[in-house]
Ligand binder design. Structure first.
Ligand code: GLA
Length: 731
């Protein structure tokens, strides 16, 4: 088919072929002419003829390229390259494409584009996950020039919407240490909106590498078209949302274009690509929803449980992590007594946090020494790790251990032996951050050390079941004594690739060991890290009120199963706030619940409550960890907030009162995702003295009544909360 040209620029789209990427409910249609254009992205359609007749592609309209490159008439473009002869122009023309069916759920479409004049190729990959409505996009770049080609900007994907609407709303997740993933939404004005991080080791403090885009209106929970995306990358990244009139500036016809590019942050990160070398970008995980962000989140969660995190089909254990209960101050007796407490509470794993390694003057008794010396501290733990692993095993607990192997303290044997292994610039003062420096993982020798630091522990103590992998520092004084002078800008990408190589080896050689990604709390919450981990530590902030907001934000993209949420003591160590123990549990129970305290600090009543709360959590954890999330009331919109999970006819509802005003009415809670005609038995969990928060408890309701009329819940005082269980007894 032919689309006519505008009067000013004669652009003809003579499509010789069409490439369609489908999932169950969505499609991308690409038109192949000389170049490759994205004709359509949205709800499922069969092919482009249907689009033309439905008016989505108008004759003469300017179509966006599937992956634009700087050069020719293109001023704004995704890819920007300088060739070996210093020329700047790239025009990517269609060369070939292939479609590969991986299994009944996955199909990969790869389109190879070639520079019109030069031996330079870009392959666009689209991996479609049929059932989950997720499409992964990324590119591979290679060339056969005489010498190196410099890649200046090389995003994983470009997604453009042309002439659909001028009304786009961007939800992004901003934050900082201990306040990760705050939700904000803004209408995209004309111009460019950029979200990014430039830390190098952390992907998700300033912003999480993800977004939700409302197309044609603000993002709504249950209605409207939405594109959600997350970059699978654990280093510096950038996403830009370029809202303008499109690529040709002298064409005055009515038009509007939004182009989104996402990938490794190109800031100070030019990459010199050798001939024949393959350059692969990280993957952009995308889902399109016709029914609001609720569906988009559920698509991403389902995809993550099946493909995006390790062992997504397994239920996570209830663990106690020693950090807030002991910090650096422990000995064998204290740790064993903590284990006794875990057992009494019904926990299943004990994790020993920081402070167990380094010896002599490099003993890890504070954050100033020991990082890099991954040998057990003989003063604190004279009988070594095996004594603790045995003690855990004797009590029926699994044992986990904290490490931070990408880092080094100046006070360490490692730094004395290998000062050249840190990221630094010669002759410049290298600022310490938390008293430590970052090792240079662009160097394979350093990667070997990092791998061996952890692998040797796991080999020597094969019953260690869990590793908490921390990372408490970013890059400063960007410089590598391993990389050549010209290739210093490679550090950003090569560091993360080095880290992923270490993770891959650990996963292969220790497949049974669970891994938690922690980066000062929520500094590395991204699908790049999650591929190699079972879960993430959501935040160093364990204040349950703050956690409601943090977990609310994170849950837009990442599944609850991976979101570690621990109950800690009050006054809270980060905020000083005191909250009811029940409230703290009810918040942690809505994700992967654990404990972050010393059980001896609790009195008998508290211990009794904890024991029954842990038992209740075990009853519902399959639903929380494997179920579909429905957001009911946003904490940003009022004094009450609620979410629910639903799995195979069982639902769990969490509701919290976060501010108290006299005379205030709690909205009736209209549930979601239930079987309209199903009959559900309602009960309440985690009660104190059997007090109920619903006057009509322990009776049957139909799904229709629960969803349309709703549930009347009474939360009386500030920080009152309730957990309801709904079990479908008849459909
Ligand atoms: C970081 C982590 C914490 C804890 C400490 C230990 O801050 O986020 O959970 O492990 O390090 O030093």
């Amino acid at each position: 088919m032919t689309f006519g040209a505008g009067d000013i620029y004669k652009v003809e789209y003579e499509f010789s072929d069409e490439v369609a990427v489908h999932t169950r409910n969505t499609s991308i249609i690409l038109g192949v002419s000389d170049q490759v254009y994205e004709i359509y992205r949205g709800g499922r359609v069969a092919h482009s003829d249907e689009l033309v007749t439905s008016g989505s592609v108008e004759a003469g309209e300017e179509l966006p390229l599937a992956y634009s490159a700087f050069g020719g008439h293109m001023h704004h473009a995704a890819l920007r390259v300088t060739y070996h002869d210093h020329s700047l122009s790239t025009e990517l023309v269609y060369e070939s494409h292939r479609v590969e069916r991986i299994d009944s759920n996955r199909e990969q479409t790869s389109i190879t584009l070639k520079e019109r004049l030069k031996p330079f190729w870009v392959t666009l990959h689209y991996l479609a996950y049929e059932q989950e409505d997720v499409i992964e996009q990324w590119v591979e770049i290679r060339h056969e020039e005489e010498g190196e080609v410099t890649l200046h900007e090389y995003p994983s994907a470009e997604v453009s919407f042309a002439n659909i609407t001028d009304d786009y709303y961007l939800t992004s997740f901003y934050g900082l240490w201990e306040r990760e993933s705050s939700v904000q939404e803004e209408r995209l004005a004309m111009g460019k909106k950029v979200i990014e991080t430039r830390y190098g080791t952390w992907s998700s403090f300033d912003y999480n590498p993800s977004f939700i885009l409302g197309i044609g209106g603000p993002v709504n929970e249950d209605h409207g078209e939405v594109l959600a995306g997350a970059l699978a990358w654990s280093g510096a990244w950038r996403m830009s949302f370029d809202h303008g009139f499109g690529k040709l500036s002298h064409d005055v016809r009515e038009r509007r274009q939004l182009s989104i590019t996402a990938g490794v942050n190109p800031f100070a990160a030019e990459y010199h690509l050798k001939p024949e070398e393959n350059f692969e970008t990280p993957r952009m995980i995308l889902t399109y929803s016709l029914e609001g962000k609720g569906v988009a989140s559920r698509n991403l969660h389902r995809w993550a449980r099946r493909y995006g995190l390790r062992d997504g089909e397994k239920v996570r254990p209830v663990l106690l992590n020693s950090w807030e209960g002991a910090y650096f101050d422990f000995d064998e007796a204290k740790l064993v007594s903590m284990m006794d407490g875990v057992v009494e509470m019904g926990g299943e794993m004990f994790v020993l946090d920081d402070g167990w390694f380094g010896n002599g003057e490099h003993a890890r008794n504070a954050a100033n020494a020991g990082l890099g010396d991954w040998q057990v501290n003989r003063d604190k733990l004279p009988r070594g790790l095996d004594y603790l692993v045995d003690a855990a095993q004797d009590r029926g607990l699994k044992f986990g251990l904290w490490v931070e192997p990408e880092m080094v303290n100046r006070q360490s044997d490692l730094f004395v032996q290998h000062p050249e292994w840190v990221i630094q610039q010669p002759d410049r003062y290298n600022m310490l951050y938390r008293n430590q420096l970052t090792l240079d993982l662009s160097n394979p020798e350093v990667c070997e050390f990092v791998y061996e630091s952890v692998a040797s522990i796991l080999r020597e103590h094969p019953r260690i079941a869990y590793v908490k992998w921390d990372c408490n520092r970013s890059f400063t004084n960007i410089g590598s004594s391993y990389l050549t002078a010209e290739n210093q800008t490679h550090l950003w990408k090569d560091y993360v690739e080095g880290l992923y190589g270490v993770y891959r080896r650990l996963e292969k050689n220790f497949p049974e060991v669970m891994l938690q990604v922690c980066a000062s709390g929520g500094g590395r919450i991204d699908f790049g890290a999650l591929r190699h981990h079972h879960e993430f530590w959501a935040s160093d902030n364990t204040d349950a009120l703050q956690r409601i907001f943090i977990q609310w934000g994170i849950g837009h993209i990442y599944p609850a199963q991976a979101c570690a949420a621990h109950v800690s003591m009050c006054p809270n160590h980060q905020t000083g706030r005191t909250l009811p123990l029940k409230f703290r549990f009810d918040v942690a129970m809505s994700a992967r619940m654990g404990l972050e305290l010393n059980p001896v600090d609790m009195d008998a009543d508290e211990l009794g409550f904890v024991t029954s709360a842990v038992a209740d959590y075990k009853r519902i954890r399959t639903v929380v960890q494997h179920g579909d999330l429905y957001r009911l009331l946003s904490p940003y919109d009022g004094d009450f907030t609620a979410i629910m999970y639903q799995l195979d006819g069982v639902a769990v509802v969490f509701v919290y009162k976060i501010a108290h005003h006299l005379g205030q009415l709690m909205p009736t809670l209209q549930l979601k995702g239930l079987d309209e005609g199903g009959r559900y038995q309602l009960s309440e969990l985690n009660q104190i003295d059997k007090q109920s928060h619903c006057s009509d408890i322990d009776r049957l309701y139909t799904g229709g009544v629960l969803m349309h009329k709703g549930l009347r819940v009474q939360l009386v005082s500030e920080f009152d909360s309730a957990v309801f269980l709904l079990e479908c007894v008849a459909s």
